[in-house]
Ligand binder design. Structure first.
Ligand code: TYD
Ligand code: MG
Length: 459
């Protein structure tokens, strides 16, 4: 395998125009862009001038109706919250990428899952490129795992790892991490885009051929894209990202792509001294406790996969000293904040152009859905006027550029969860108004932001 690989020649290809060069250069000889040449493997030459009349070599077609889809069997890992994000469990031949900041708990979670799988009699292999065998053993001891059936390989050379994998054929393998691997076939350093991509592609090919389920650990680099897990998202079947504040003990694992299950499903864990422990009932985790009502705070219900979560949105609006006032978000989208401030100005006459605006989703949770808009707006106005919102209020709803409040999916479930946690008042989009009253919660349904501002004034 090694000898076959090393015959492959590498070259440098431009990521913008596709031009190739034998040596690395700062500027692409084709399009003149800078820093776009990355090392890649030369495709084996295809015969030119081929005649298409000889159809003998054509692939056979199949009618889609004749193909009977099989139910893919799932192998639960035994770590419940992890199985939930995976869509029920592992699929044979599936490749799962787990991304996240260094130190957030990727190795811990996978070691725990492998431990459980080994206990249930699966053959599992942990390939560690970052830590020595002793370090992994120490962690397993700390996690009090029964590691009887677990094999460890401390190796970073792709060809050797593939040889070991094809000899031992484990049912589940973990590669920790993809950025430490290097292939003989490429000259670039481990962790470069070319190496990461090539190693992941080869491992994926192995998974599909052998039926081994492979986990790839990937660190998210500070810049996000470069050589990080993002370049692999299209290769693998499932992409999971760790979220959460490394300073708090809660960790969220979110599925952003899943060929075998729902996306945006989340698993919630708490980091304890014995590893990650699933939190079965996480809806109240992301609320902070205030002794009395404070201004600039608004609780929203967000729907993550199949679960509603209550998250506190905090805003601080403060007069700005700078010519360009700051707009800063943590856990929410920055551009959306600028848009919301424009809508607030145009349709409700609330001016923030001389104010710095900071918005934060409590607990390090990331909210991507636009249903957070209404909570962000109310928190901003509450901070600007220095007037607290009612303590037991919860809101959700998207805001459009015309100032309308748009419905959010699964409004009923959100309201029920809020009522369960003791919230007594809700502001929701008109289209989400429940047909029958929900016990314990009064629902105010609005369709314009002007109405929301009026409601604020009445408190
Ligand atoms: P780790 O899984 O090594 O992170 P990653 O692989 O994503 O880089 O987790 C590291 C952190 O978790 C580390 O700061 C220590 C903490 N930790 C615990 O709090 N309890 C534990 O039982 C373990 C194993 C780790
Ligand atoms: Mg690690």
């Amino acid at each position: 395998m090694v000898s076959a690989k090393s015959k492959n020649k590498s070259h440098y290809a431009c990521t913008e125009c596709g031009a190739t060069a034998q040596k690395w250069q700062g500027q692409c000889p084709g399009c003149g862009q800078w820093n776009t040449l990355v090392e890649s493997l030369m495709e084996s030459a295809t015969p030119t001038g081929r005649s298409f009349s000889a159809l003998g070599g054509a692939s056979k077609l199949q009618a889609l109706v004749d193909i009977r889809p099989r139910d893919v069997p799932r192998q639960p890992t035994g770590v419940e919250e992890f199985d939930r994000v995976l869509g029920g469990g592992l699929v044979a031949g599936g490749v799962v990428l787990i991304g996240g900041d260094p130190g957030i708990g990727k190795s811990t979670l996978l070691l725990q899952a492998l431990g459980r799988l080994a206990q249930s009699g699966e053959s599992v292999l942990y390939v560690s490129g970052e830590e020595s065998g002793e370090q992994v053993a120490l962690r397993a001891q700390r996690l009090q795992l029964d590691v009887g059936g677990m094999q460890l390989l401390a190796e970073i050379n792709l060809e050797r790892i593939l040889d070991t994998l094809s000899q031992t054929r484990p049912s589940v393998a973990v590669i920790d991490s993809i950025q430490t691997l290097w292939s003989d076939a490429l000259q670039s350093a481990p962790g470069s885009v070319a190496q990461v991509r090539e190693c992941a592609a080869q491992l994926t090919r192995f998974a599909k051929q052998s039926g081994t389920c492979i986990f790839l650990v990937g660190h998210v680099t500070k810049e996000g894209a470069l050589a990080g897990p993002r370049v692999l998202e299209h290769i693998v079947d499932t992409v999971l990202y760790f979220e959460g504040d490394t300073h708090s003990s809660f960790r969220l694992v979110r599925a952003v792509k899943n060929r075998f299950g729902a996306v945006n499903e989340i698993g919630v864990f708490a980091m304890t001294d014995k590893g990650l422990r699933g939190v079965a009932n996480p809806s109240a985790l992301f609320l902070s406790q205030h002794a009395q009502d404070v201004s600039g705070s608004c609780v929203m219900v967000t729907q993550e996969g199949t679960r509603p979560l209550l998250v506190e949105i905090q805003a601080l609006v403060d007069s700005s000293q700078a010519p360009n006032p700051r707009r800063l978000t943590v856990g929410l989208e920055q551009n959306r904040l600028a848009m919301l401030l424009a809508v607030l100005h145009r349709h409700a006459g609330v001016v923030c152009s001389d104010q710095d605006v900071f918005v934060n989703a409590v607990g390090g949770v990331k909210i991507a859905e636009p249903a957070a808009d209404l909570a962000v707006l109310l928190a901003i106005v509450s901070s600007l006027r220095n007037k607290p919102l009612p303590g037991k209020l919860v809101v959700f709803g998207e805001i459009g550029l015309a100032g309308e409040i748009r419905p959010a999916p699964r409004g009923q479930e959100r309201l029920k969860e809020a009522a369960k946690l003791g919230f007594t008042l809700a502001i929701v989009p008109k289209a989400n108004a429940p047909k029958l009253p929900i016990k314990g919660i009064e629902v105010v349904a609005l369709d314009r932001i002007e109405q929301a501002m009026e409601q604020l004034r009445s408190w």
